[in-house]
Design a binder for this molecule. Structure first.
Ligand SMILES: [Fe+2]
Ligand SMILES: [Fe+2]
Length: 225
């Protein structure tokens, strides 16, 4: 009789401990020279783009302010979804993965604000509440509605980052490379949303349209206030 090795019972992979580091300790992405050089176009920041009558310095402050606000909102959305769905959710792994990436994005723009001597938007307390409420509210509608929230927000952020990418020039290659990397990650989040049934949520076009409109308004306000 052949010797059979007893198989261990099926085990779930060990759960990653929740990230409890304070935001200031989450490492920010610092692009390598090679990464930055890949995005060179021979243009200067703002060249050939309508950016109102903002100076380069003002434009960079505005970018840091709105992106810090957006990433702050994104962290709050995923925190809200995790607070409602918690460890019961089949999607807890992907939700935590997305939250961790948003925390890294936020840490990066926290540093950008400091570097540019720019203040955060005055609306931060609103995004604190509204982001969490959006995440928790869609999660209460169900796992798929939570994913519909993700696809709507991330598609809006994709277009936003693409717009900024096109305004940045070779004088700001590290920031440009950072935005390119984060945009890729937001697209990964969008794909996670679609792969997990976002479009199966009832009234998907209505819900998605409303969230996109809200996200665009939040971007518009955070650039100005
Ligand atoms: Fe992000
Ligand atoms: Fe994201």
């Amino acid at each position: 009789m052949p010797h059979e090795t007893p198989q261990p019972p099926h085990q779930r992979p060990p759960r990653r401990p929740q990230d409890t580091r304070p935001r200031s300790e989450v490492p920010a992405h610092v692009p390598t020279d090679e990464e930055a050089a890949r995005h060179a176009t021979g243009k200067r920041t703002g060249q050939g783009h309508f950016a109102g009558n903002l100076s380069r310095e003002e434009l960079l402050k505005r970018i840091a302010r709105v992106d810090q606000a957006g990433e702050y909102g994104a962290v709050r959305i995923y925190q809200g979804q995790l607070a409602v769905l918690g460890s019961k959710s089949a999607n807890v792994g992907v939700l935590r993965h997305m939250l961790e990436q948003e925390e890294e994005h936020l840490a990066t723009f926290d540093r950008e604000l400091l570097k540019r001597r720019a203040r955060p938007t005055l609306l931060t307390p609103i995004w604190h509440v509204a982001g969490f409420a959006l995440g928790a509210g869609t999660a209460l509608l169900g796992e798929k509605a939570a994913m519909a929230c993700t696809t709507a927000v991330e598609e809006t952020i994709d277009a936003h980052y693409q717009g900024q990418y096109e305004q940045l020039g070779d004088d700001d290659l590290p920031l440009k490379a950072t935005i390119a990397k984060f945009r890729e990650e937001e697209l990964e989040h969008r794909d996670i949303g679609y792969a997990n049934g976002a479009e199966d949520t009832p009234a998907f076009p209505l819900l998605s349209g409303a969230i996109k409109a809200g996200t665009k308004l939040a971007i518009w306000l955070s650039e100005r206030v």
